[in-house]
Design a binder for this molecule. Sequence first.
Ligand SMILES: *Cc1c(COP(=O)(O)O)cnc(C)c1O
Length: 376
Amino acid sequence: MRSEIPFIRPSFPAPAELALDFGEIVEANWYTNFGPKERRFSRALGDYLGSDVHVATFANGTLALIAAIRASIGTGGRDKYLLMPSFTFVAAAEAALWAGYRPWFIDIDHDTWQPSLSAARAALQSSRNDIAGIQLANIFGVGNLAIADWEQLAAEWGLPLVIDSAAGFGSEYATDARVGTRGHCEIFSFHATKPFAIGEGGALISRNPEIIEQANDFANFGFSKGRECVQLGMNAKMQELNAAIGLRQLVSFDQRLASRRAVFECYRAQLLGTELEFQPNAESSSLCFASVRCTSAEQKSSIMNSLFASQVQARDYYNPPQHLHPLFEANRELSRNTDLSTTLDLCSSIVSLPVHDHMDPGDLARVINAVRAGSR
Ligand SMILES: *Cc1c(COP(=O)(O)O)cnc(C)c1O
């Protein structure tokens, strides 16, 4: 019997390599609290992303996002809103709430699947004084081609711009412009299911060293230089072992990224002639998976059924979108939203296909055949 093709297949360093790393950690007798591996890993992340950026690591991406909001926008009293798309992972709104803000869900753009600039502008024109910042998301980790317009919008309205690029480590906005370097700051998740994975982990990147310093203090109980708590902090530090995994993952990352992009190009080439659409700029992203938009909800369910019958795991991210999670449906006062019809439309027509670092040609053909069969 052929085996099921998993939606995500993480690749991790070999146990023997990690045994060496763990030996060094034990030798140094330093397991967490900005140890030598964490220091090296955060420098290596900065080097990877380009000159002129500063990096803080975190225990996970959600904590990096909370720290990013607090360091760039400040701590709220739940009376103001952060503009964000509903079409993203629900950790986005949860992070805003933990940082003292309520999410204001805006729609996405039909063509790019990215947050709608005109929706943000309309919200600002009607309610600028209720809005404390913009929490952009690079949807599916794909670099937003209009990032400069978002920076301009934020500057025009005097608002901080925090970018959730959780799955987008390795993605590009454009040639030689890596995701991670824009806005007031950006965050990544290194969760086991992301293309760049260390188990649990995250990072905050900024060109402003003060944001990074503040975020590091936040991650360490709000301690300042001494062991005095000067702000409401958290324990959000990355462990040495996770940093060691990250250092190993970085070595092979570009090669794995190229391989993921080849999988995507294969999907694109083999699905030409169907009416399925891919997200613009996905080809230069880290490709946590490959999403296609179907022509209708019926076609979507036909493709999902066909994939299931072929033992291919698929998903339909982000369905439900944030505002339809019970937390927000049952507690209307927690959020606001403007028209979300494009979001609902995409949710009803999207299928996300597996992308692995190394995909067997037979597996790839099985996914493509199932999609083609279901799309007819
Ligand atoms: C994965 C993800 C997160 C959460 O990151 P964790 O490391 O799991 O906390 C937040 N936002 C988006 C868009 C994500 O994809």
